[in-house]
Design a protein around this ligand. Structure first.
Ligand code: DOR
Ligand code: ZN
Ligand code: ZN
Length: 359
């Protein structure tokens, strides 16, 4: 088999832990892992410690990424319902606003109906409001988007039946987009018996039958985003393991194997990991190229050898196809044969289409 050449993927949902938990990952190791996995752009979530709910925290995080990132990035603003004026002031620079309506890692939360309504009413864009929302909270989010004419993006859809709810809202005129994670497509809740806390995340894995329904309803999904959420092995082995799994380096070979199996077309895969992530967030594609070596055929994902600081993968052992041989970003070779060739700080904020068109 020959090489496959694609533009670099855009991963619209990652947690690179910078600042606050850089023993798990940081802007450098996380963006290096992105390049290793064939992604040249990542959108980073605001559930840092402290959470990115204030302009000066947003500016400090921007400065850290500016000196450390080796891939391009967009940063989310966050809100806990307080200091709305600060949240709105982050809007022009943020890739979107992230709201956590349900429990997950960290303490960034906002589920108070009044402040949610105020936030949905006031958010000026241009980025969408992305939500961590399960069941009832998805309905609340859809209702708020309809009421205030906002674009709401439903992160990591927890269950395939929610895709029907989201689609019904879309048909009714709500501006809604959504994403599914690779772990919900490639790992069922049977993995929890095998892997314990290494297979625990929010929202949790679904049954094998529901996993199949995710595949059957993939047409209703805008994009695939990893929700790359690294925690150390020691943290995962602790009495109260934090939820979350890494995914930056395994998504492309898993999807290529799925394409090989006829589960989706190559074109559909590219829409899910490249075209739609850019469109949903209104971003311009950085000029890039990923060369994928297919010469070794199918293989199983390894237990080790990852570039994410956490060093493990819940996908180890799963069928995979293709290895990232070379990544070029803005004309520079940034990754080749397992080696990083980009200098820290060479990653740039992803540009908005509107700004690029303006020149
Ligand atoms: O499992 C998860 N981990 N889900 C989230 O929503 C957050 C993430 C994290 O930051 O670890
Ligand atoms: Zn989440
Ligand atoms: Zn997340």
């Amino acid at each position: 088999m020959h090489d496959l050449v694609i533009p670099g993927m855009i991963d619209a949902h990652v947690h690179l832990r910078e600042p606050g938990a850089t023993h798990k990952e940081d802007a450098f190791s996380g963006t290096a892992a992105a390049l290793a996995g064939g992604a040249v752009g990542v959108l980073d979530m605001p559930n840092n410690a402290p959470p990115i709910t204030r302009t000066e925290r947003f500016a400090a995080k921007q400065a850290l990424f500016a000196t450390k990132a080796v891939a391009d990035y967009g940063l989310f603003a966050g809100s806990d319902g307080s200091h709305l004026e600060q949240v709105l002031a982050m809007a022009p620079q943020a890739v979107g606003l992230k709201l956590y309506l349900d429990e997950t890692f960290g303490d960034l939360r906002n589920r108070e109906p009044r402040s949610l309504a105020e936030t949905f009413e006031a958010w000026p864009g241009p980025g969408p409001i992305a939500v961590h929302a399960e069941s009832e909270s998805i309905r609340i989010s859809l209702d708020l988007a309809r009421r205030y004419g906002q674009h709401v993006h439903i992160c990591h859809v927890p269950h395939p039946d929610e895709l029907l709810v989201i689609d019904a809202a879309r048909q009714a005129g709500v501006h809604v987009t959504c994403e599914v994670t690779p772990h919900h497509l490639f790992l069922s809740d049977e993995a929890v018996a095998r892997l314990g806390s290494l297979a625990q995340m929010k929202p949790p894995l679904v049954s094998p039958a529901d996993l199949e329904l995710f595949w059957e309803r993939l047409d209703l999904v805008d994009l695939i985003a990893t929700d790359h959420a690294p925690h150390t092995r020691a943290e995962k082995a602790s009495a109260e393991p934090p939820p979350g799994v890494p995914g930056l380096e395994t998504t492309l070979p898993l999807l290529l194997a799925a394409v090989d199996d006829g589960r989706l077309t190559h074109e559909r895969m590219m829409a899910l990991v490249y075209t739609r992530p850019l469109e949903v967030y209104g971003l311009a594609a950085p000029e890039s190229e990923v060369v994928i070596d297919l010469s070794q055929g199918r293989y199983r994902l390894p237990l080790e050898g990852y570039h994410t600081r956490c060093g493990w993968s819940p996908f180890a052992g799963l069928p995979a196809l293709g290895r990232v041989a070379k990544v070029t970003l803005r004309g520079q070779v940034v990754w080749q044969e397992g080696k990083l060739l980009a200098a820290p700080g060479s990653g740039r904020p992803l540009e908005r289409v509107a700004d690029r068109d303006r020149g």
